[in-house]
Design a protein around this ligand. Structure first.
Ligand SMILES: Nc1ncnc2c1ncn2[C@@H]1O[C@H](COP(=O)(O)OP(=O)(O)OP(=O)(O)O)[C@@H](O)[C@H]1O
Ligand SMILES: [Mg+2]
Length: 464
């Protein structure tokens, strides 16, 4: 009945109604049974009283005489209280029979004359239709003990049936009215109670990219809604941060792409201005290729940053042998290092809890930098030192000291110490920002130091 798509208000109103009806009906049924028991007891007591009265009356020999001679008179005297009244000597035709509804005479074992009557002696028999019938049969002590007289009185409980029936109707009417009233009250109460929720919904509808700094107002909101409002506001905080980052990235990107594209465009336009020698064209194309390669690498890196899915990256973390990983990077860069006239020495122990591809990418970016900035003939050291709460991986190279003021900014996107290199085909300033994102993803730390010609980049991966 309660389809989940029904409104909460309607559902609660129906539940209210159902509960009201069920509890009132239960109460009504319990009271009905109580009342019924009381009425039966009262009716039985009246019947017993009546038979007692008849016993006393019939003990008198004058009365007996009157019955024998003038049964009709006696009948009128006792009146028509009963649905059934039979007086007679056992085994003989009855002297008096009052039976207006002409019911079949029930065969009851009479209570002996010297036994006092009580409620347990009333016999409850099936009556006519729905109306119950109760009867008592008793012997009467007479002057002539040999004969004896039997009296039987029975009553149809019309009055009781009517009272109970009207009671039943009242209970169900009352329960239904209460259910309807409660449903209406519940509907309006819930409708009113949900007012703050509708207000919030209206407010959220107004929040968009243009006013992402707006927050939902928790003042005056019910306590139950506070966690939702706080959660929503926290989500807006995260979205605003992410959005700011994204727009920063696109601004940076547009800015970074402008220079190389302008260069390409300018140089090509100049070259096309007048006929050039074959060598000049070749030179131009070679330089264009370098610039385009750099653009391609930049886009590749930007895509890598954008595509890395934190959820799946984190779920693919594993325990990796630090020595294996360091050695793998050293081997991978062997050729490039040879060309630059440097050597890479890997020395590590312990394990790293990381996503393999991302770890390798981070180490590769550090090694590429180290090779690029190392003094020819020097040794680059790739070291891993396991600690209590994680492992520290460092890549050190000898070369020009990086001025201290640059150190905190090295990990920013597109940041290069030597801005002149910005135009070089090799430097995009993205490598370390990728390292930073990878470390943030792993909940680790990263840092750079540079003193006395020794530049050291360190990555700290926490234990599992
Ligand atoms: N080992 C190092 N020695 C000296 N300077 C370094 C070293 N590593 C990085 N830097 C400085 O930090 C800057 C940022 O490095 P990052 O790796 O982010 O970019 P990049 O190497 O210039 O370009 P990309 O890695 O995107 O090709 C570099 O331009 C360089 O100035
Ligand atoms: Mg780099």
């Amino acid at each position: 009945m309660l389809n989940p798509r029904h409104s909460l208000t309607l559902r609660l109103a129906l539940i209210f109604a159902l509960l009201a009806f069920a509890s009132l009906a239960t109460l009504g049924v319990a009271l009905y049974h109580g009342l019924e028991t009381q009425l039966i007891r009262r009716d039985d007591a009246a019947l017993i009283g009546r038979v007692d009265q008849l016993r006393n009356l019939l003990q008198d020999s004058n009365t007996l005489e009157l019955i024998r001679t003038r049964p009709a008179l006696f009948q009128n005297m006792v009146g028509n209280h009963e649905a059934l009244l039979v007086v007679g000597e056992p085994g003989k035709a009855p002297l008096v029979v009052v039976n207006p509804t002409s019911m079949a005479l029930p065969q009851l074992e009479p209570i002996s004359a010297d036994q006092a009557l009580d409620l347990s002696m009333v016999q409850h028999l099936p009556g006519t239709g729905d109306v119950p019938f109760a009867a008592v049969s008793a012997m009467v002590r007479t002057d002539n003990p040999s004969t004896g007289l039997q009296v039987m009185a029975g009553r149809l409980m019309n009055e009781r049936t009517a009272v109970l029936a009207s009671y039943q109707v009242s209970v169900f009417l009352l329960a239904s009215v209460a259910a309807i009233l409660l449903a209406l009250a519940g509907y309006f109460l819930v409708h009113h109670g949900l007012l703050p929720l509708r207000k919030l919904a209206r407010h959220t509808q107004g929040i968009g990219v243009a006013n992402l700094s707006e927050r939902l107002d928790s003042r005056g909101a019910p306590v139950e809604l506070l966690p939702m409002i706080d959660g929503f506001n926290a989500m807006l905080d995260r979205l605003a941060t992410g959005f700011a980052q994204l727009s920063q990235v696109s601004t940076d990107m547009a800015h970074e792409l402008r220079t190389p594209i302008n260069n390409l465009l300018g140089e090509t336009q100049v070259a096309l201005h007048q006929p050039r020698s074959m060598e000049a064209y070749q030179h131009l194309l070679a330089s264009n290729v370098e610039e385009l390669e750099r653009l391609a690498r930049m886009l590749d890196n930007m895509l890598f940053l954008a595509r890395t899915d934190p959820g799946s990256a984190l779920s693919q973390r594993q325990q990796l042998d630090a020595q294996d990983e360091m050695q793998r990077i050293a081997d991978y860069f062997e050729g490039v290092a040879d060309d630059a006239g440097v050597t890479i020495a890997a020395q590590a122990s312990g394990t790293v809890w990381a996503e393999p591809m991302l770890l390798r990418r981070a180490l590769a970016n550090l090694c590429a930098n180290a090779i690029r900035y190392a003094e020819p003939g020097s040794v680059i050291e790739a070291v891993a030192i396991p600690g209590l709460d994680g492992i520290e991986l460092t890549v050190c190279n000898h070369g020009e000291t990086i001025p201290a003021e640059h150190l905190p900014k090295l990990f920013d996107r597109f940041y290069r110490v030597d801005q002149a290199r910005a135009r070089s085909a090799v430097s995009n300033g993205l490598g370390l920002s990728i390292v930073a994102s990878i470390m943030e993803l792993h909940g680790g730390r990263y840092g750079a130091s540079s003193t006395g010609g020794l530049t050291r980049f360190s990555l700290f991966f926490p234990r599992q």
